[in-house]
Design a binder for this molecule. Structure first.
Ligand code: SF4
Length: 181
């Protein structure tokens, strides 16, 4: 079993929201709803200069997902490879998962009365493709998919080249899956 994960380097985010567009294009979420979201903080003074800071929010495919436990209708499950999938077709609209998720990663489609979330583009991943948000669309090169340890190492090297301290540790949305044939 080779470890894979979606690794998001918030420090690299420019706030362009290309990930939101790619996700919407791929997953066709209703207008007003986002399965991946760029949160904006600022402008505020950081070491004397006004700056915006960004944080990318999406399902973390938790090791022990509270949403799976909360759903009484088996509409959410964790696959053997670790991806947490919400099947809207099985959703009864009870919203228990929205309350259970500690990361506010689930949204609600009021028209269809079903919950929605990032399923890590499993339809693409199963074909050996990248999730839409990680498919080279991030202008800041901040969203990566692959072996989290290798990705962290590359990000550390990039920061050193730019004169940073090489300190790292972007939040990893980690899960494991078998290597693709
Ligand atoms: Fe974890 Fe929330 Fe994603 Fe469920 S929806 S796996 S609780 S982040």
């Amino acid at each position: 079993m080779k470890p894979y994960g979606l690794v998001i380097d918030d420090k690299a985010c420019w706030g362009c929201k290309a990930c939101e567009v790619a996700c919407k294009q791929e997953n066709n979420a209703p207008d007003g709803l986002k399965l991946i979201k760029v949160l904006e903080d600022g402008p505020k003074r950081v070491t004397g200069r006004l700056q915006f800071q960004f944080k990318v929010q999406a399902c973390k495919h938790c090791a022990k997902p509270a949403c799976v436990k909360a759903c009484s209708f088996a509409a959410i499950s964790k696959r053997a490879d670790g991806i947490v999938v919400l099947e809207s077709a099985k959703c009864t609209g009870c919203r228990s998962c929205l309350e259970a998720c500690p990361y506010a990663a689930i949204v609600f489609d009021e028209t269809k009365e079903v919950a929605l979330k990032c399923n890590l583009c499993h339809h693409r991943v199963d074909q050996g493709l990248l999730p839409a948000c990680a498919d080279n669309i991030c202008l800041g090169h901040g969203i990566h998919f692959g072996d989290p340890a290798e990705i962290r190492q590359k990000i550390a090297e990039k920061r050193k080249l730019r004169g940073g301290r090489g300190e790292i540790i972007p939040k990893a949305i980690s899960y494991s899956r078998t290597a693709h044939p």
